[in-house]
Every structure is written in C-alpha cells, then in structure tokens.
Design a protein around this ligand. Sequence first.
Ligand SMILES: [Zn+2]
Length: 380
Amino acid sequence: MSSKSQTRYVPPKLRDFSPSALDKAAEKLLAALEKEWQAVANESDWRSFRDHWMARKDGVLTQINELWLKAAPKDAKREVGQRVNEIKKRVEDSAQRGENGYKAGAKARIADSDSVDISLPGLRRPIGAEHPIIKTRNETPSVFRNLGYSVEEGPVIETDYYNFEALNFPPNHPARDTQDTLFVANQEAKPQRERLMLRTHTSPVQIRAMERMKPPIRIVIPGKVHRNDPPDASHSPMFHQIEGLAVDTSITFGDLKGTLDHAMKALFGSSVKTHFRPSFFPFTEPSAEVMVSCFICGGSGKRGSDPCRPCKQTGWIEILGCGMVDPNVFEFVKHNGYDPKKVSGFAFGMGVDRIAILKYGVDDIQLFFQGDVRFLEQFG
Ligand SMILES: [Zn+2]
C-alpha cells in the first residue's frame, strides 16, 4: 500500500448467517477489496495487497474460510459457500488485475477498472415480501371489491365527534369505557366534540364517507387503530381493523347475512359455516357477532388427538361484529341524503391482526411489530 498506516480490511466473525446478513458482509468485503486494489501503485504495493488477501497462512481468504464457512451452521453452509467462492474469484481477479495494472501504469489501471467482467457472478439481492398483516389486510378488500365495494381511508388522529358522538356514543355514555382511548394532551379548552384522540376503531370513516358521498354507498375501510391496552401476547396498543358499510333504500339483515357468509367463505375456504349470535354495539341495531366454523380443525375442536387451541375446542371462531346501522347514526348525516326513514344499511368490522394470528399460527401479536427479519422471513 502506498501508506502503511492505511487500515486494511479484517473479516469480522459472523453471528447472523441469514442470506441478507451474508450479502451485507460480502458487500463490505468486496468494497474494501476494490478500495485496496485502487491504491496499488507499484510492485511492492501489489505484493502487499496479494499477501494481505491471499496469503495461505492468514490472508483474508483463509480467514473467511475459518470465520465464515467453517463457523456456519449446517443449514447455512451452502449459502456461505456460494459467497465465499464468489469472493475468492473476485480476489484472484483483482490480484491478477493488479499485477497487470501497475506494470502498465496508472492510466491502464483506470481503464481496466472501468471495464466490466460480465462473466463474474452477481451478488444476490434479497427479495422482499409482504408483511403478514399487510397481506391479510389486502385480502379482505379484494373479496369485497368483487361485490362492488370501494376502499375508503381516513385520519388516524380523530375528533371525539367522529370517533364517538356521531357513532351514537353520547358523551359520558358507558359504552365509551369499553374502548380505552388514547387522548391527545392539552385538549381540555376545546369543546368536547372537537377534542383529538387516536381513533379507537375505523368506524369514524363511515361518517366521513357518508358526509362526502350520497347513498347508495358500499365501502370497505382498512386501517390502523389505537387503544390503551398494555402489550402482551394477544394485545397491542396499535392494531388493525377492516370494516365495511353498505347503505341503500331497502337493505335488510338478510343482505348482511348473505354478504358476510359469502365473504367468510371467500376468505377462509368454501367449506366454512357461519353462525350469527346477538350482540351489542352502539352504532348498530340489531347487532351480531359472527362465528365461523374453525378453519384449522374443520369444526371438530380437535387436531388429531390434541385439542384445537385456536377455537378453544369449540369448533367455532369469533371473527367479526356486525349489525344494521342504527337510525341514530343516520341522523348525523341526514343532510346528505341519509334519511333514516328512507335508507337502511349494515356495517361490519373485524380485527386484521387476529385473523393473521389464526391464519399463520402465530402465538404472539408482538412478533408482527418488532421488525425481526428472522420472524418475517418465514412469510417470504
Ligand atoms: Zn379448531
């Protein structure tokens, strides 16, 4: 090297042998190789370069053979071996280029470095994949799009009016307590309906859509929501919902049942059965919970001789809440054509994360949001 003080590349010990980590390590090494080769100006530089990279006893190639290939776990050996071979060829080529290069002078070296050897193998770039939550979130709208629904979105920071009041949660109504809300600080000076919070459900978008669009309306609303739930295996303060709304002049509970039965079969397989059980939501009347027959054990409650955990051995899984839109909700958008005496409609909503947990057999919701590549790679 032209200067002995220049720091030379030392291969690191590898701990992570995933393809993306290997690519990163190989990239670093090759960048260092190129830099050191560029600095070769005369014969002694070239010898030093060659020894540093290729010396049998402690050259970089020997070291990565020890630190990378021999240290790799059995199932990563192939991936590591592939990269070590690529690197070996690049080092040998560089040493060769260096020998020819310094002899021919700087000009030749530059010209040589500009040429591309198309016979060299390329570096494998890892291909990304859809996050299981995004994937699940996208599957549902596509089912409803085929039924003529369009996708609507709305703000995550919402006012009390849209999140509660217009959805028939009057101020101080106990139903508000069921949604542990994260409020934006310092809003006390404002009138209650203007105070800001992180939306606790995607339902405010129903009101926003009805304010903008006259009936008939058919929409699905995917989105992120927040509640003051301490994180554990089945709770997260941030999670995802998807909900739908259909309003027209003569929509009945029969339409609701038919639509959801079709959607559940499209999402979970044509053999699932649906079961509607009475429930309560402030913004629908009557309201129901929809159970689907367990798509993991086929409704038997058993997996072989073991109990089926996802359905708690009942053979049924609760998937959504739904109901006919409460006339009180239409009163808030009456001015835009939603006269509760003339229109009717239904709404439904479900948790995206919960469905992803069931579909992919994940036992901890936190895994979805920790960004650990080892977890996410399983869905690639
Ligand atoms: Zn089951």
